[in-house]
Ligand binder design. Structure first.
Ligand SMILES: Cc1cc2nc3c(=O)[nH]c(=O)nc-3n(C[C@H](O)[C@H](O)[C@H](O)COP(=O)(O)O)c2cc1C
Length: 217
């Protein structure tokens, strides 16, 4: 069963990014009923403090780490605050980047979206977020950027993102994310021969980097 964890970089109840992630949840539930989708609430995490980390993890941090460590993929929705990711999201990712050398983000498939009431859809927050994920060696999903502009106009009366154009873009992001998960699962699958030993890799079996990347350099 594929496990997906949704992380919204906004704490607002009426957040357009959280609405986009709820649409992602509906898309996954409708198209992949065997998958599980849970949200990671980041507002309960304390500010990162190396002393607190050294003294032992708080329950909220431990729970966040465990959720991410058990996920096949993350989908992160970020607002753009002054051209960057909100501090609350950076804080959560800083916690998740620890401990050094054993971050639950390492090797994790991660897809990124942004949404904003403005005309740029919060896209200016995405490069730094992707760089941050790269530096934690997450496997970022390669996909044309999903930056939902005029996002407040794409909500229905119940505050749900049901607008056709937005849902289409989110569906494509979900497809790319599941494709990345499948590629990673295939790459991690141990190869067995009738004699038990794995054969040497063939040059033509080199992992495809068409839809998954861990490096943006
Ligand atoms: C501190 C702050 C800075 C902001 N900076 C930007 C910005 O640089 N670009 C942008 O498109 N919107 C900016 N906004 C507007 C946000 O896109 C808008 O508040 C959006 O609704 C936040 O996402 P949310 O609805 O998911 O909470 C900013 C909002 C705040 C509070």
């Amino acid at each position: 069963m594929t496990k997906v964890v949704l992380i919204s970089g906004s704490l607002r109840a009426a957040s357009v990014n959280s609405a986009a992630l709820r649409a992602v949840r509906r898309i996954i539930t409708q198209t992949r009923p065997a998958a599980s989708v849970v949200s990671l609430p980041i507002g309960r995490l304390p500010f990162y403090n190396g002393d607190a980390e050294g003294a032992g993890t708080t329950p909220a941090v431990a729970a966040a780490r465990a959720l991410v460590a058990g996920a096949d993929a993350l989908v992160i929705g970020t607002p753009c605050y002054n051209g960057a990711v909100p501090g609350v999201l950076k804080n959560a990712l800083d916690w998740l980047s620890r401990p050094d050398g054993a971050s639950p983000l390492t090797g994790r498939v991660a897809a990124v979206l942004s949404a904003s009431p403005g005309g740029r859809g919060g896209i200016d927050a995405q490069p730094a977020l992707l760089d941050l994920l790269d530096s934690c060696e997450a496997i970022t999903v390669e996909h044309p950027p999903v930056a939902i502009r005029w996002a407040h106009q794409r909500l229905d009366g119940a505050g749900e993102m049901t607008d056709g154009e937005a849902v289409r873009a989110l569906r494509e992001l979900v497809d790319a994310t599941f494709e990345a998960v499948a590629i990673m699962a295939e790459q991690r699958r141990p190869t067995r021969t009738p004699y038990g030993a794995a054969p040497p890799p063939h040059p033509l079996d080199a992992p495809s980097r068409a839809s998954v990347t861990s490096s943006r350099s």
